[in-house]
Design a protein around this ligand. Structure first.
Ligand code: ADP
Length: 566
């Protein structure tokens, strides 16, 4: 892989992350600025709320009014809705305050963006109808709340009316004046600015939280480092790569302190000092995990502001590559050995023009050739089956009644002829012998042959090979035990994986490591399960349980039973 990243192969994720990182930083800056707006001990939202309360109080004081409230327009309902904080009106009343934006003098102020002075309504029921009697209003100033958006040169580019400010009841029974109206416009501008900031703040916070959760949930490790080398962000996956506890806070520390891995430090320091993107590969945890490491320089209007490092887990890919390499070697060996034997015996007989070998010897040669061909046939069938399973195509079951006891005797007899120094014991209960099983006979033959053949292969010094058959509830259980080399405990769950072979002394190197992978698939296809127990150095027992019929076919007793009886 090329170290230099020209940018053409850069995946989309990285671009998004760079962008996200910059946005998070900007937003954090903004949030920090808002937080400093008022008393630093308060949360930014509480500080804005307090400032708003202060503006309203000041309005009441300057305008000599008893009450003041803000009504904000809700687009979904088309109403002007009361907002806390308010002055002189209890919070419950404020929250229940809802006026249609299309009606009344308040609605008119909102729609026309024109402040208005409502003189004493006295006992006038039409004027009093606008605000609930509960609020107890007599006269009022109603001012639109206008939010202005400005561009970089402070030129107003947009103006939105977000609601109205209502100041009620001039003190000492007096009326509001034209001068009051002018003053109230200035005060409303203050309130609008604060509301706009509060909205921006919650927007910013929401976007920041969204970005942070997205970064946290990404499977790749992501680390952002500033130009000064301090860690700005490290997501969960990145902390896991470097074994950093979830409670530790790496942010703010130097990356050299946080990531002690020499290769990572090297890649990151080069990327920072040479100001270029670098690709690499690292291994951690005693080379059991591999990560593709990619850095990207982040620039802010031309100058470098830091780097982003992404760690992608490629352990599975590396393991598969290793397994495939071993597989090719093994398969060449597996094909090569029987072929040279076949070739050797065939040539010997062809060259024997004088008839040196008597008929019984020639027969023996032919038997060896047949045995080797059978082995090759089985291997090719295994490879074909493995390919089908890998492609996601399940193998087809051709089910019918099977005499399992008979099948076991046949399989054992065939293996016995090859394994001369093993003692075979077949132990089957009467219920097992009588069990009426529906299955794919050829595939069960393959399963049993594989298990018994492994028992022979992995017990090179002989010993007992025991096949036990018993009936269980709704099915049967068959186990194959040997007194062979056994399986180390940490390998027990791996031997059913394809290509998995255990490297132990004394074990025959024969085998491509796909037998048990197919065995498990075939057992599961029948609706059964297979397990292994083993004592390393003492022997192993493979146990499989099968239902009386595969999940998709009828149990015996119906047409299958009749077929068997006929
Ligand atoms: P292979 O063709 O290599 O035998 P299998 O898939 O049948 O492939 O078995 C996978 C591995 O499991 C074997 O390579 C061997 O290391 C181990 N194994 C299988 N059966 C036994 C057994 N009876 N005793 C000990 N090890 C076994």
């Amino acid at each position: 892989m090329s170290e230099e990243n020209s940018g053409n192969g850069r995946d989309q994720l990285l671009t998004q992350l760079e962008d996200a990182r910059r946005r998070v930083r900007d937003l954090e800056k903004q949030v920090a600025e808002y937080a400093d707006l008022e008393a630093p001990a308060l949360t930014p939202a509480a500080a804005l709320h307090k400032t708003l309360a202060r503006v309203l109080k000041k309005a009441c004081m300057i305008l000599q009014a008893e009450k003041a409230v803000l009504l904000i327009y809700h687009r979904e309902t088309g109403e002007l809705v009361g907002q806390t904080p308010a002055v002189g009106i209890p919070d419950e009343q404020v929250h229940s305050l809802r006026l249609r934006a299309t009606e009344g003098v308040t609605g008119q102020v909102f729609r026309n963006n024109e402040a208005d002075l409502v003189p004493d309504v006295g006992e006038d029921p039409s004027g009093a109808g606008e605000f609930p009697r509960l609020i107890g209003w007599r006269n009022a100033l109603i001012i639109p709340l206008i939010v202005e958006s400005k561009d970089q040169d402070q030129v107003v580019v947009d103006r939105t009316t977000i609601g109205v400010m209502v100041v009620f009841n001039k003190r000492r029974g007096k009326e509001f004046s034209k001068e009051d109206l002018r003053l109230s416009r200035v005060l409303a501008r203050n309130a609008s600015a604060i509301i706009a900031e509060a909205r921006l703040f919650s927007d910013v916070l929401e976007r920041k939280t969204l970005l942070e959760t997205s970064l946290e949930s990404i499977h790749s490790g992501i680390m952002m480092v500033g130009g000064d080398g301090s860690v700005r962000l490290m997501n969960k996956a990145a902390r896991a790569v470097f074994n950093i506890s979830p409670t530790a806070e790496p942010t703010g520390k130097s990356y050299v302190e946080v990531v002690t891995h020499p290769d990572v430090v090297d890649i990151m320091s080069r990327s920072l000092s040479e100001q270029r993107d670098i690709d690499g590969e690292i291994s951690v945890e005693d080379s059991t995990r591999f990560y593709h490491t990619q850095t990207a320089v982040v620039r802010d209007s031309g100058s470098i502001s830091g780097i982003v490092a992404i760690f992608t887990d490629i352990t599975e890919i590396r393991n598969l590559e290793r397994l495939k390499a071993t597989f090719v070697t093994t398969i060449s060996h597996e094909l090569g050995t029987p072929l040279s034997s076949i070739l050797g015996f065939t040539r010997t007989m062809l060259e024997d023009e004088e008839g040196f070998f008597p008929a019984d010897v020639r027969n023996e040669f032919l038997q060896i050739i047949e045995k080797e061909c059978t082995k090759l046939n089985r291997l090719v069938a295994d490879l074909r089956n493995m390919a089908r399973i890998d492609e996601g195509r399940t193998l087809e079951l051709h089910s019918g009644p099977v005499d399992l006891a008979e099948l076991i005797r046949r399989v054992v007899a065939a293996q016995r002829s090859y394994a001369t120094h093993h003692e075979f014991v077949v132990d089957m209960t009467q219920e097992f012998e009588d069990a009426q099983v529906v299955a794919d006979e050829d595939k069960l033959d393959q399963v049993l042959t594989n298990l018994v053949n492994n028992a022979v292969k992995y017990a090179p010094s002989g010993g007992e090979i025991r096949v036990v058959g018993e009936a269980i509830e709704d099915g049967i259980r068959i186990s194959v035990s040997d007194q062979g080399i056994g399986i180390p405990p940490d390998q027990l769950d791996k031997i059913f994986e394809r290509f998995h072979k255990i490297e132990t002394e004394g074990a025959g190197s024969e085998g491509a490591g796909i037998g048990l992978y197919i065995v498990r698939h075939l057992v599961e296809l029948h609706g059964g399960k297979i397990e292994v127990e083993s004592k390393f150095g003492e022997g192993s027992t493979f146990t499989m349980e099968l239902p009386l019929a595969p999940p998709t076919s009828e149990p015996l007793g119906g047409s299958a039973a009749k077929a068997r009886a006929s």
